[in-house]
Structure formats: C-alpha cells, structure tokens
Design a protein around this ligand. Structure first.
Ligand SMILES: [Zn+2]
Ligand SMILES: [Zn+2]
Length: 265
C-alpha cells in the first residue's frame, strides 16, 4: 500500500493541474492520492501568492470530490495544508468545518511576520540570537498548533532547518514538548522527503525527532510535499528505511478525518 497525501497543484503553488497530478499518481501506481493545497488565513487579511485565495475553498473541495468520483483505479483524498496562526485559528476552524475533508495538515510557515521557508536571504539577515528566537518560537507554535486540535497531522516538523541555519542553543527540550503536545492531541506527523532536496539535505523531521515521536506512539505518514508530478513518491523507499530505523512498522491513512493504520511494506 502506497499513499501520498501532501501534494500541491495549480490551486496553490504546485506546477501541475489537479488532473495532471492525478494522471501521474495513476501512472506511478499509488493506491491513495491526496491533494493538500495551501490555505492561509493571515491576521492582516493578506493572501500570500503561494496559497489559494480564501474564497476558493468551496471550488477547491468540489474539484477534488468530482475528480475522486471519476476515478475507479485510484482513491483520491481531499486534504488541505493549512497554516496554524494563533490569531486566526478560530476563523480557520470555522472555514474548514464547512467542508468534508479527509484530513487537514497543520503547518507553521510563519512566526509573526517572519517567513520560515521562503528565502535563505531572510535568514542571512538575522543575528544568531534572532535565529535562536525563531527556533524557540517555532517549537512553541507547533505545541500550540497541536493544542488547537484543528489538524490531523503536522507537516515538515523541523522546517526551520531548511536553509541550514541551526540554533546555537539546544532546543531539544522545546522540540520534545512540541511532540508531547502532538501526542496529547492525538495528531500524527509525516516524514517529508522534500527536505532531502533542500539546502539542509535532510528529511523532515530528523531521525532523533522521529525516534522521540515513535517513543510517544505518534502515528506516521510518508509524504513528498510534491509541487511537480515527477515527485509524488520521491524517495519513499529511503523514507521507509528511515522510519524503520526509528522503530516504525506501521503507517496511517485517513478517510473523513478518521485515521486508519496499515502495515509498512
Ligand atoms: Zn508546507
Ligand atoms: Zn506543502
């Protein structure tokens, strides 16, 4: 069984259309294919260009449901990658509640105004103290995201490492507190293989965090965060090896926000 749940299309910042992504998923032999375009409710109302316009949610969900009903060889899951922003979480929750999602992915891409994964130059402009603050704030915000209980699983868990800017202070306690919050909220996490292709050259999350997640029985998915059709299951073999090394033997999938466990091949 191969599922791929974290994928983007032209609805947000993916390059392919929904139809092209589905065709590629069939050709690549996936069993379940989920789309998760970006949805970001900012406190200032500004809509990032890499996210779908807020008013498009109805159309997006309808397009996915229709595409799913046309497929007999592939199960299409309706997902979304929504940003957790403390100030707008109630608004986000209300908007999402109107739609029959199979799963909602929770992401932290912003700390206040700071965009964590947009551009290495944003990080180059920071002092080491500010870099430390981003890391510390990030883990705090992940814990808050879990406590909101709006999301099914957390995306790319240690995203601030993307451009290689590491903290000079050990924040592993804060990271563990975030995992404890995820566990308490009964959320899952993903191995996000896109990290292997970023400057950091490491999947999200690190092996040590993955082991800590396994120790807490936090369920796991393997995803590619694909923005192109060629990447829908990129490095999944390598990700399964990483998962096994961390002690995982099972993965999870979702239907109408119900989690289903299956053995990892
Ligand atoms: Zn993301
Ligand atoms: Zn994504």
């Amino acid at each position: 069984m191969v599922t791929s749940y974290h994928n983007h299309t032209l609805w947000s910042d993916g390059l392919p259309t929904l139809e092209e992504q589905i065709q590629a998923a069939i050709e690549q032999g996936l069993d379940e294919f989920g789309l998760s375009d970006h949805y970001v409710v900012r406190p200032d109302g500004h809509e990032p260009e890499w996210s779908m316009p807020l008013g498009f949610l109805d159309e997006y969900v309808s397009a996915l449901k229709q595409a799913g009903s046309r497929q007999s060889h592939l199960i299409i899951r309706t997902g979304i990658e929504a940003d957790f922003i403390p100030e707008t979480i109630s608004s986000l929750e209300e908007r999402l509640a109107l739609h029959p999602f199979d799963y909602v992915i929770g992401s932290v891409h912003f700390l206040g105004e700071f965009a964590i994964d947009a551009d290495a130059r944003d990080w180059e402009a920071l002092t080491q103290d500010q870099i430390n603050d981003v890391w510390e704030g990030y883990w705090k915000q992940i814990a808050e995201m879990a406590s909101s209980r709006v999301f099914d699983f957390a995306a790319h868990l240690d995203l601030p490492k993307k451009f290689g800017f590491r903290p000079s202070v050990d924040f592993s306690q804060q990271a563990i507190a975030a995992l404890d919050a995820i566990s308490k909220a009964d959320m899952a996490i993903e191995i996000n293989t896109a990290g292997w292709h970023k400057p950091v050259g490491e999947a999200y999350p690190s092996l040590s965090l993955l082991k800590a997640a396994r120790d807490r029985n936090i369920p796991l998915l393997i995803n590619a965060d694909a923005h192109e059709s060629a990447h829908l299951s990129r490095d999944f073999d390598r990700a399964r090896e990483l998962a096994r090394e961390a002690g995982y033997r099972e993965l999870v999938r979702y239907e109408r926000r119900r989690r289903i466990v299956y053995p990892m091949d």
